[in-house]
Structure formats: structure tokens, C-alpha cells
Design a protein around this ligand. Structure first.
Ligand SMILES: Nc1ncnc2c1ncn2[C@@H]1O[C@H](COP(=O)(O)OP(=O)(O)O)[C@@H](O)[C@H]1O
Ligand SMILES: [Mg+2]
Length: 397
């Protein structure tokens, strides 16, 4: 029986465990202690609890698991798991993105400093030991984006538009230490999800992304199966993604890359060699009609894929994240009506009456998600509009 070690499962990693179990693979999982204390653990899975969410703590769990028994594959799930996963893959000679790709994926500054030579278009940037050292650079290039090197979910990513804002942000965040500041790129944002085997792209999808207005860029919806109709832009996007794979030294696994299309063409925001968040893996699978989770598990175990991966969408999926004004939630309306819509696959809320909602500065303040699967892009728009209209949150300020 094959043995797969999954690093971090949580809720969004669960479909990977399910896919492995369907393949008759034994699953072991490094998982956060806190999650294991709350959630119902799977009796079929052997768990290695870790104390907290730091990269190094995940590494402690991974080494315990691989010294107890050498797995046939290691699959890292989210950002904080990638390094521990890649270290184990490298050490055991197992398939994976490569240690190089994992380290670069985990550090936005290494992407900026390392990708230019591979021809990847990126925003102008400065890497400073502290924000104060970037002050004059910022003043010369407004608007700019201040960005931590290794966080996610838009946490700490902030647009600064005027000189007063520069002084304010330097005063407020000057103590954060090493930090990246970038020129702000205007233009619609997309992500690119790809399955890669030994550097070769086996499957790719473009997702159109909607975020909140500046300054915080919280992701609100994702629409999969996007096509660039302008052949020039399409070719530039192909060149950008190919350059990023070269810059990463990407070998095998899932890549999730974000870019904006500015006036001069696509510009990289960031890349990660892990599963995309926001239930995108599910939405991608629904759009292209295959089990992306199973394909990822197969790649991690070095198993052949069941079939050639699709080149045409079979449906148009989206994920939508409801939000509301800050305050205390007093009522949530329309859940049942929305759930019954034929193009709505799932409504899952994580906040309800009595819960406090904070200011929308990062993904964690969103209220839950809705997964949609429609027969055409037009039907998808109608469904998303229906969801936005009917799902209502009442808040007492
Ligand atoms: N240079 C930039 N120009 C314009 N928008 C940016 C820039 N950098 C980041 N953003 C916006 O902020 C979001 C979060 O930044 P990102 O680098 O993806 O960090 P995170 O790891 O938090 O997702 C991006 O998806 C994008 O919308
Ligand atoms: Mg991002």
C-alpha cells in the first residue's frame, strides 16, 4: 500500500486526503494541534500534531513522520507547509516542486530579486531593512504597495497613495523589519493554476479575480476558465508563466501564480508552489471536469495520471466571498434561497448572528463562501448577481 504524507490538511486540504483514500493510498498527516483538538480527526489517518503554524514547526512534524516511516510521496498544502514538504521531498528523492522553488515561493523578495533575469515582468521594487529606509523611494514613485515578505491572504499588503500616507505608514510600520515596497500596478487581476510534471505544464487555467478597492485588496470572487481574447496579451501571459517556472526551477506539482494586466501587459504579483486557497482547486476541477485533487496526489506519488488533462472547459465555476460592514451580525438572510439555486453548488458561512465582524483588511474577515457552477459565463454572471442580491447580512454598528 502506498503511503502519502500530507503536510497540513485543515478543511481545504481535505479533498486531497479523500482523493488519496479513493486511490487506496494510506494517508498520514502533519496537522496543527489546535485543529486536532477541535475538529473530528479521520480514524483512517495517522496524525503528527505540531504546536503552531510556523514553517519550522511543520518541519518538526514532518521529520517525525518521515523518520518513523519513509513515505512514497509528500504533499504540502498551504504556504507555511511548502518548505517542510520540500525539505522532505529533497531528502527522500520524492517528486515535488524542488527545494529552490519552495524557498522562492515562500519569500516574495526572492521572487522580485530572482525573476528579473528570467525575463519576468514585475513591478519596480525596493527591498529595505525597515520601512523608513524606503521613504524617499516611496515618495518618488507613489502610489506604492507595502508588502511583508512571507505573509498571505493580503495581510499587511497596503497601498499608499500620497506623501502624508508615506509618513503615516513609516511611523506605523517602521518597526516591522525587512520589508518590500513596490510600484502599484493598475489593471485587472488574474491567477494561473497549473499542473507541472518535471517542468512541463500538463494543465493550465486562468482565473479572473475580484478584490476590494484599495488600500487592502481582499479577494472577493474568482471566476475560472478565463480566456484572453487579445492574442498579444495571451502570448505575453504565456511568456510570463514560462519565465516564472524557469525562475522557480519548478519541477513537479501545482503552481498558483497571480498577475495583473497593466497598460504594458501582464505583471507578476506573486507565485506559490502550493494549492491555491479560496476553494479554487475545487472550482478549477468543476470548470474543466476532472479531479484536480486526485491529479495532484498522483503527481506527488509519482503515479501516472489517469487520462490526458482537459484543454477545454466543461462548465464555468466561481467562488464568491460575502462580506459586510464591521459590527455585530444580527441576521443572515437568503441562505436557503441561494442554496436552492440550480447553479449554486454550496453555501458555507463561517459567521452568524452574534458574531463580530472586523474591518475588511484581510481574507480572514470574510463571512464564508459560495461555490457556483454554471453552463456558460453569462449564466455564471446571473448566478453571482443573484447570490450577491439575495444573501444579506444585517449588522448592528
Ligand atoms: N505591486 C502591486 N500593485 C498592485 N496591486 C498589488 C501589488 N502587490 C499586491 N497587490 C494586490 O494585493 C494583493 C495581495 O498581494 P500578494 O502579493 O498577492 O500577497 P498575499 O500573499 O497576501 O496574497 C494582490 O492579489 C493584489 O491585488
Ligand atoms: Mg496573493
Amino acid at each position: 500500500m502506498k503511503d502519502l504524507l500530507v503536510v497540513g490538511v485543515g478543511t481545504m486540504g481535505r479533498p486531497y486526503v479523500d482523493a488519496a483514500q479513493r486511490l487506496g493510498v494510506r494517508v498520514r498527516a502533519v496537522e496543527s494541534e489546535a485543529l486536532l483538538a477541535h475538529g473530528p480527526a479521520d480514524p483512517e489517518v495517522t496524525y503528527y500534531p505540531v504546536a503552531n503554524g510556523l514553517d519550522e514547526s511543520w518541519q518538526a512534524g514532518v521529520t517525525r513522520a518521515i523518520t518513523e516511516r519513509v513515505p512514497d510521496g509528500v504533499l504540502a498544502f498551504a504556504e507555511a507547509h511548502v518548505l517542510a514538504g520540500a525539505l522532505a521531498q529533497e531528502r527522500l528523492g520524492l517528486p515535488g516542486p524542488s527545494l529552490h522553488a519552495a524557498v522562492v515561493s515562500r519569500n516574495k523578495a526572492l521572487q522580485r530579486t530572482g525573476f528579473g533575469a528570467y525575463g519576468v515582468p514585475q513591478p519596480g521594487f525596493v527591498l529595505a531593512p525597515g520601512l523608513a529606509a524606503a521613504r524617499s523611494w516611496m515618495l518618488d514613485r507613489l502610489p506604492v504597495v507595502v508588502k511583508p515578505l512571507s505573509l498571505g491572504g493580503s495581510e499587511g499588503v497596503e497601498l499608499v497613495t500620497d506623501p502624508a500616507g508615506v509618513d503615516e505608514v513609516v511611523a506605523r510600520r517602521g518597526g516591522e523589519g525587512k520589508i518590500l515596497v513596490e510600484e502599484a500596478v493598475r489593471g485587472p487581476e488574474y491567477s494561473w493554476e497549473a499542473l507541472v510534471h518535471e517542468g512541463e505544464v500538463l494543465f493550465q487555467n486562468v482565473t479572473e479575480k475580484e478584490t476590494t478597492a484599495p488600500p487592502y485588496f481582499v479577494e472577493l470572487s474568482h471566476r475560472c476558465g478565463h480566456r484572453f481574447t487579445d492574442p498579444v496579451v495571451a502570448a505575453q501571459v504565456d511568456a510570463l508563466t514560462a519565465g516564472v517556472l524557469r525562475g522557480l526551477g519548478m519541477r513537479t506539482g501545482l503552481v498558483h501564480l497571480e498577475f495583473r494586466v497593466g497598460v504594458e501587459g501582464p505583471v507578476l504579483m506573486e507565485v506559490a508552489v502550493r494549492t491555491p486557497g479560496d476553494y479554487l482547486a475545487e472550482a478549477v476541477g468543476l470548470t474543466w471536469g476532472f479531479d484536480l485533487h486526485e491529479a495532484v496526489v498522483r503527481l506527488a506519488l509519482g503515479l501516472p495520471l489517469r487520462e490526458a488533462l482537459p484543454a477545454e472547459p466543461v462548465a464555468y465555476a466561481a467562488t464568491y466571498f460575502p462580506t459586510c460592514a464591521p459590527g455585530t451580525l444580527t441576521a443572515v438572510r437568503g441562505v436557503e434561497e441561494v442554496s436552492l439555486h440550480p447553479s449554486v453548488v454550496r453555501v458555507r458561512l463561517r459567521k452568524g448572528p452574534g458574531d463580530t465582524v472586523g474591518r475588511l483588511t484581510s481574507s480572514s474577515q470574510r463571512l464564508g463562501h459560495v461555490l457556483v457552477r454554471a453552463g456558460s459565463p453569462e449564466e455564471r454572471e446571473e448566478t453571482l448577481k443573484f447570490v450577491a442580491d439575495r444573501l444579506r447580512f444585517e449588522v448592528a454598528g
